[in-house]
Design a binder for this molecule. Structure first.
Ligand code: WQD
Length: 342
């Protein structure tokens, strides 16, 4: 079961689970921040029809009815959550209600329906503002810099508490850095909102002309070129990490009942370096200005993902050019799809 299966990472993970040939997959997603269209795109890419139960996971009874209907669920991959940093600052209660409510119902359902394996979609944002880089799984969590990051910290704590009570359950916490890009076919990608918050969707909207100009949020940071450094990785590499993580649990290779993995490329790139890579991929200059800092940004964060490399046998297959090329292909595809619809 993939909660949030119609979302960006969820839908790419469903594709990877199907292509592994080892799983029957069901999605649960109320499509508040996504569209069931994603299951059509999954079928277009894999040929497999995946059912999405359009249910609000915060609705405990409706969510439990999915388990009654589906029968034996071997594992749950829990993506369903709100994840916009800025929005979480404006609407903290909405974030706590949704992100904690879904987590509680997922954990209660795992106990009630004897689900043995849980993968939790966490985030590098749980580390806070770290000076000692790269970040390892042993890096102490800093103070959450926004309610979104705080919900992820609390959810990780809930999982640790529940595995003490539910002796059947084993869990992996996967802390993603910055997933970007789209499926290489160009047939699935991030359906960002009209006004995206994240760097790559914004770059691609400037490249396609949907946006006339963007800004680099700060060039006076203490980094190699003054702009912020992040650990970008291809969304298909993130999807593959989930397939390998579920195999790790199902093969019983975990040594503890709750383990943490950083899911990052280990390669920090700056905003200006990403813009340079984007211009090479789209084949023309991008219209951007050097603007002021964005509140809440940390200057630099990137991962040490050797634990995932060694224990999960997971390695990034895609580089920054693949990220930009796939994102550009998707931007053109979505543009075309929307144009033919209107
Ligand atoms: C990246 C860099 C910006 C837009 C995000 C989510 C967070 C988490 C990880 C889920 C920053 C700069 C951006 C622009 C810019 N997602 N930027 N101009 O903030 O690292 O984290 O992904 O867990 O919830 O917020 O990613 O893409 O927003 O920004 O200069 O127009 O690009 O300042 O340095 P971020 P981002």
């Amino acid at each position: 079961m993939v909660t949030g299966g119609c979302g960006y990472i969820g839908s790419h993970t469903i594709i990877a689970l199907i292509e592994s040939g080892k799983y029957d997959v069901v999605s649960v997603d109320n499509c508040a921040r996504s569209t069931a269209e994603a299951m059509r795109r999954v079928k277009e890419i894999t040929g497999v029809e995946v059912k999405n139960h359009q249910v609000d996971i915060c609705d405990r009874d409706a969510f439990f009815r999915v388990f009654e209907e589906e029968g034996d669920i071997a594992g749950v991959i829990h993506f369903a959550a709100y994840k916009a940093v800025g929005e979480s600052v404006e609407k903290p209660i909405m974030y706590y209600r949704n992100n904690l409510g879904t987590m509680m119902n997922v954990l209660e359902a795992c106990g009630k329906y004897h689900v043995k394996h849980l993968l939790f979609s966490s985030s590098a944002s749980v580390y806070g503002d770290i000076k000692d880089l790269p970040v390892t799984e042993l890096t102490p969590l800093g103070e959450a810099f926004c309610p979104y990051a705080h919900t992820k910290q609390i959810c990780e704590g809930m999982i640790r508490s529940e595995i003490v009570a539910d002796k059947e359950l084993t869990a992996l916490i996967l802390r993603y850095f910055n997933p970007v890009g789209a499926h290489p076919s160009g047939l699935n990608g991030e359906l960002s909102p009209d006004k995206p918050n994240n760097l790559i969707p914004i770059i691609m909207q400037v490249a396609s002309g949907k946006m006339t100009q963007m800004a680099v949020f700060g060039t006076d940071y203490d980094t190699r070129d003054g702009s912020c450094i992040r650990d970008y990785l291809h969304v298909c590499d993130v999807a593959d990490a989930h397939v390998k993580a579920m195999e790790y649990l199902m093969d019983g290779r975990n040594t503890e009942r709750c383990e943490v993995f950083n899911i990052g490329s280990g390669n920090g790139l700056s905003v200006l370096e990403m813009l340079d890579a984007a211009e090479k991929a789209v084949g023309h200059k991008l219209n951007y200005v050097l603007g002021d800092r964005r509140p809440g940004d940390v200057p630099a964060i990137y991962s040490d993902s050797r634990r995932a490399n060694e224990l999960l046998g997971w390695h990034c297959q895609y580089n920054v050019h693949d990220m930009m090329e796939s994102a550009w292909k998707w931007e053109k595809h979505v543009g075309l799809e929307l144009r033919t619809k209107n």
